[in-house]
Design a binder for this molecule. Sequence first.
Ligand SMILES: [Zn+2]
Length: 179
Amino acid sequence: MKLVILDRDGVINLDSDQFIKNPAEWKPIPGSLEAIAKLNHMGYRVVIASNQSGVGRGLFDMDALNAINDKMYRALTQLGGRVDALFYCPHAAEANCECRKPKPGMLVDIGQRFNTDLTGVPTIGDSLRDLQAAHAVGAQPILVLTGKGKKTQAADDLPENTLVFSDLSDAVRHIIAES
Ligand SMILES: [Zn+2]
């Protein structure tokens, strides 16, 4: 199965240290939604795996998270794109759950839901924990330099097979060229 796994904040939309707490704060990175639509047209399923600890910390509730995601879905639909599933971890770091990246729980769940092996599946993020979670399940870690990406790249402790691209659009061009 052709599958791509994406982080949300800093990959699809602009990130904020103050969290994305409502639809007004959700702003797509130029070209990111078009890139998702392009993957769809090339026969890829696109699934999001996102840490949303702002829920666990009480900064926003599930209604707000759903409203933010609805805004994303509507914007994507206008471009002929779609997200096949969205997995998120609502827990604060202290909860020590199995789903919060860098733990691979969400990715394992995605593999089970889609009944597919994640080996080599392009898994795109802007934070080290996205890449570590990808590495833990044998997926292909891909770092984009949007969001926290430049800081992540500078930290220089990336999983060794990590690929680096300037943004989602650039990463998708590579994935499609390789397929
Ligand atoms: Zn969790």
